[in-house]
Design a protein around this ligand. Structure first.
Ligand code: UT7
Length: 347
């Protein structure tokens, strides 16, 4: 099926209403707004209320993406998440059910902050192979369910949210076409980002040490690996699409830290004003961060704009791909949609 390409058809995002500012965190943690802002670029993040799960946010983002794409059916649902609603079963089948999608195949992908690009790679391959014509790809994480609220090294960084896209079969040359998805993993660094207990290797027990119950990250090591892996993957993805960095309009990378985003941009030759950023408002939302950033900044992209997407996360894992921005077809968001439209990007 070489005459098929995979095309972005719709997008959406959902985030909890509750805004947690840096100043609020100063009250409960040994931290300051100045430290968080200067070290990460984050000013505020969203935290889900106790009744809101990853699946709930995924359903809302998925519904928006389908509406934007103008579809009521898709052939499969892929949900990237590290915080599924339950250890067993996967959350995607429940999400598909909530979306009224009948018995379509639905499964979760676990690649932490790279999860959305891993899920997108599978969706694109399914479309190219002809085994699906439309795929709903969602990245959703309720990271506050695994972050220790008393750990200042992680609690200030992560937020909750969901983003989604619909991918459909298209014809070569169409605006919206996704390029090759470059993926990689290095399991020798699996302990750099980890929730130590609660899995098969170390089941939860009353004696489980407090720190082992929560998400832990070796920040500085992850920082430098994130920069080099995302820069290399993005450069490879650009190369495979035959684009120079000058021809590329936007870098949309995993929203972990503004210093990381700026460094990736510098490494591949993309100026800061072309680096898409919403982490100042939403923090690091793990698998949700790329589709959320796309949805939040959709109004600032023009049809045909060239985007390079890149992510790095636990595993460790990484990925990158290219995308031309599609025509804004489909239906506009409903009044009830909660996707925030951030100020228009300028170049
Ligand atoms: O999403 C998956 C991928 N994740 C990432 O890409 C995250 C990558 N890492 C990072 O973004 C950064 O490493 C962090 C933001 C996590 C940390 O920033 P850093 O500049 O690497 O700080 P650090 O961990 O080297 O810590 C520097 C200092 C330490 O104090 P001492 O030992 O120098 O006295 C920390 O204890 O900052 C201290 N610190 C804090 N101080 C105030 C750590 N967290 C905080 C805090 N407030 N919240």
């Amino acid at each position: 099926m070489t005459d098929r390409v995979a095309v972005l058809a719709g997008w959406g995002a959902d985030a909890p209403d509750r805004i947690v500012t840096n100043s609020e965190l100063e009250n409960s943690l040994d931290t300051t707004d100045a430290w968080i802002t200067s070290r990460t670029g984050i000013h505020e993040r969203r935290w889900a209320d106790p009744g809101t799960s990853t699946g709930d946010m995924a359903v809302r983002a998925g519904r928006m993406a389908m509406r934007r794409a103008g579809v009521t059916r898709v052939d499969r649902v892929v949900l990237a998440t590290t915080t599924p609603d339950h250890t067993c079963p996967a959350t995607a089948p429940w999400v598909a059910h909530q979306l009224g999608l009948g018995t379509v195949p639905a499964y979760d992908v676990a690649a932490v902050c790279s999860g959305f690009l891993y899920a997108l790679a599978g969706a694109r391959e399914a479309v190219l192979a002809g085994s699906a014509d439309t795929v709903l790809v969602i990245g959703a994480d309720r990271f506050t369910s695994i972050v220790d609220p008393a750990d200042r090294s992680t609690a200030v960084i992560f937020g909750d949210g969901a983003g989604a896209v619909v991918i459909r079969a298209g014809t070569p040359g169409e605006a919206g076409t996704l390029g090759d998805v470059v993926l990689g993993a290095d399991g020798s660094q699996s302990d750099h980002i980890m929730v130590r207990a609660g899995g098969a290797r170390q089941p939860l027990a009353p004696s489980t040490p407090h720190g082992d119950r929560y998400f832990a990250m070796r920040g500085p090591e992850v920082f430098s690996a994130a920069v080099s892996r995302m820069a290399n993957a993005a450069a490879t993805a650009l190369d495979r699409s035959g684009w120079t960095t000058k021809e590329c309009d936007w870098l949309v990378a995993h929203q972990a830290n503004w210093r990381i985003l700026a460094a990736v941009g510098r490494a591949i030759g993309i100026d800061e004003d072309r680096v898409v950023c919403d982490l100042d408002r939403f923090g690091n939302t793990s698998a949700a961060s790329i589709p959320m950033a796309l949805a939040h900044h959709a109004a600032g992209f023009r049809t045909g704009d060239r985007l390079v997407l890149a992510a790095f996360g636990g595993g460790t894992t990484w990925g990158a791909t290219t995308l031309t921005w599609p025509e804004q077809t489909g239906r506009p968001p409903a009044a009830t949609d909660r996707t925030e439209v951030l100020p228009k990007l300028t170049r």
